[in-house]
Design a protein around this ligand. Structure first.
Ligand SMILES: [Zn+2]
Length: 80
């Protein structure tokens, strides 16, 4: 069982959170210029990093706030 530290509520059990995917992904500068294939890449393709990755999380069963954390995808440990 993981413990995730919500910046608003403090340490809570992982069951209170939902993952939102990779953080810091730049949105397309001109969304109307993208082809369907480019949109599909943006929406569905992920880096699938082995190691440290910035991720979005939401405290779904708590305050409802979104925040980003760095997690090691090999160990599932969160960086301080
Ligand atoms: Zn919270």
């Amino acid at each position: 069982m993981l413990t995730i530290v919500c910046p608003h509520c403090g340490a809570r059990d992982q069951t209170e959170f939902r993952a939102g995917g990779e953080a810091d992904r730049p949105r397309p500068a001109d969304p109307f210029a993208l082809t369907d294939a480019e949109w599909a890449d943006f929406l569905f393709m992920r880096g699938n990093v082995m190691g440290l990755q910035r991720e979005l999380w939401v405290h779904a069963a708590g305050c409802g706030k979104w925040f980003s954390l760095t997690r090691d995808t090999r160990t599932h440990r969160f960086a301080p």
